[in-house]
Write a protein that binds this ligand. Structure first.
Ligand code: 5GP
Length: 200
């Protein structure tokens, strides 16, 4: 946990369709802590409304692999086996932690497990999921941004990802976004109280 001389790393993870990005957006806006999102790199194209450097740094495959070879990723994964790469940029994390921010990694389960392996990074780890597979499927479908092929691949991945929930410190069921945001904010504030010297 944070010792007050650097920031705090937070891993918010869970299956795709669990509502992680909505929860993170609301947390950044509403939770009274020095939260900062680590913006990942991806080779997938932007969805409508997504902007370079805000949701992601959008990269070509070549650019991504160059960054990968240069060791610029803390972790990176080809997510869903459909050829899209996602990676946490080291620079995003180190800059945020040096500024004593509470840096949120909103990443998939494989990426989260890789970061947890690094014992020098003492993260608060939260697993967020919608409660059941039917809810998950419904969310992926109502989002309406993915093809049937992508939805099936994501559901299959989600099933296996649920098995790693026990590796996280906290389980949050995202039944209602308001509730999930309130719960996560409170968990983080409780951690801060144990470390009152961190940035406020
Ligand atoms: P989406 O394409 O819906 O934005 O994200 C797909 C999945 O990739 C989500 O589960 C998201 O959390 C995950 N993801 C986003 N950024 C990263 C990253 O840097 N590393 C890993 N491992 N997963 C990521």
């Amino acid at each position: 946990m944070s010792d007050g001389t650097s920031g705090q790393l937070i891993i918010l993870s869970g299956p795709s369709g669990a509502g992680k990005s909505t929860v993170v957006r609301r947390l950044l806006a509403e939770c009274d802590l020095p939260l900062k999102l680590s913006v990942s790199a991806t080779t997938r194209g932007p969805r409508p409304g997504e902007l370079e450097g805000q949701q992601y740094f959008f990269m070509s495959n070549e650019e991504f692999q160059r960054c990968r070879e240069a060791g610029e990723f803390l972790e990176c994964k080809e997510v869903f086996g459909l050829g899209h790469w996602y990676g946490t940029l080291r620079e995003q994390v180190t800059t945020g932690l040096k500024a004593r921010d509470w840096v949120i990694l909103e990443i998939d389960v494989q990426g989260a497990l890789a970061v947890m392996e690094d014992k020098s990074l003492k993260a608060i780890t939260l697993f967020i999921h919608p409660g059941g597979m039917e809810e998950l499927e419904q969310r992926l479908r109502t989002r309406g941004t993915e093809s049937e092929e992508v939805i099936s691949a994501r559901l299959e991945t989600a099933l296996s990802e649920m098995q790693y929930m026990h590796r996280y410190q906290y389980e949050v069921i995202n039944g209602s976004v308001d509730h999930a945001v309130g719960e996560i904010c409170q968990i983080l504030k409780d951690q801060k109280e144990q470390h009152p010297c961190s940035k406020s």
